[in-house]
Ligand binder design. Structure first.
Ligand SMILES: Nc1ncnc2c1ncn2[C@@H]1O[C@H](COP(=O)(O)OP(=O)(O)O)[C@@H](O)[C@H]1O
Ligand SMILES: Cc1ncc(COP(=O)(O)O)c(C=O)c1O
Length: 266
């Protein structure tokens, strides 16, 4: 069984972050080990989000723990603190692992005030440049490429080229449910070719966790030695089902569900 390390935030509501990763990797029969960099909580009255960064000593101890484990891949999600970020970069330089996927979680479906001390130039230079694959949504891709917004496949292509130039080997940009054409488009760019993956947008408000699930599923396929293109294709189908099976959590949100079945929806 392959072992994969997730580094990112713990979502107390259970939909995104490390919790989505664990559920997804289990579906692919892969063993997920974790290093939690931050914890996200929600106000029960209005769902306002708070984020608590892990003290550096604890984050570092988690990463050290994983040095004893042969890792087929590492998935990096939400990173909130510059000191933890630097510890992560040092760790990536010493650890032995297969693929590195970076999901640059900056613009999520929840409004999270991120620690602005990680500037994007540093983020690109130190982290993205090491990634085999990076999976921003269109909002994150716009932030990374310093454009106002991305509203079409041709604008996704422009952004993918720029992100590739940061040293990333493969770029996947996701439009999710944001484009008016009714299509959920994912664009893959490997430095030579563009490939477009599309399906219809499921009309639902419940897709929290879709991004984490999608990127975990891509990595889950990659460590099974599938091509990047086949990995993205399969992950898209997996995530589509997870969105189709989403559950309402409370009056504020609904979360994707990676399991085979769910027996009740409220
Ligand atoms: N309503 C939806 N219908 C179909 N696919 C969706 C829907 N919402 C998200 N997806 C898919 O889930 C994956 C994650 O996309 P997205 O939700 O944009 O990520 P993020 O959580 O990073 O914003 C993509 O493959 C996207 O096409
Ligand atoms: C810790 C953490 N990581 C990642 C995400 C991203 O979630 P999504 O997959 O909906 O983009 C969230 C969303 O709340 C989160 O709390």
């Amino acid at each position: 069984m392959k072992k994969i390390l997730s580094i990112g935030g713990s979502d107390t509501s259970g939909g995104g972050g490390i919790e989505a990763d664990i559920k997804t990797f289990e579906r692919y029969d892969e063993f997920n080990v974790v290093a939690i960099e931050n914890i996200v909580t929600m106000n029960p009255n209005n769902w306002q989000v708070a984020q608590y960064s892990m003290p550096t000593e604890i984050f570092s101890a988690q990463l050290q723990t994983t040095l004893s484990i042969p890792l087929a891949g590492i998935k990096v999600g939400m990173i909130s603190d510059i000191n933890n970020f630097n510890i992560l970069i040092d760790y990536l330089e010493t650890a032995n692992f297969g693929w590195l996927l970076v999901d640059p979680v900056m613009a999520t479906k929840l409004t999270i005030a991120h620690d602005k001390t990680i500037d994007l130039t540093t983020y690109k230079k130190k982290l993205l440049s090491k990634a085999d694959i990076v999976t921003p949504n269109v909002l994150e891709a716009a932030l990374l490429t310093d454009v106002q917004s991305i509203n079409s496949v041709s604008e996704m292509k422009e952004a993918a080229k720029k992100i590739y130039d940061y040293g990333v080997k493969n770029v996947v940009i996701k439009s999710g449910n944001r484009f008016a054409d009714g299509l959920a488009t994912d664009l893959l760019y490997d430095g030579t070719n563009f490939e477009v993956f599309q399906n219809e947008i499921i009309k639902t408000d419940y897709n929290h966790g879709a991004g984490c699930t999608f990127s975990a599923a891509i990595l889950a396929n990659m460590v099974k030695n599938k091509s990047i293109s086949a990995s993205v294709k399969e992950a898209k189908e997996f995530t589509f089902q997870a969105v189709a099976n989403a559950i309402q959590l409370n009056q504020f949100v609904g979360h994707v569900w990676q399991g085979d079945n769910h027996y009740e929806t409220t």
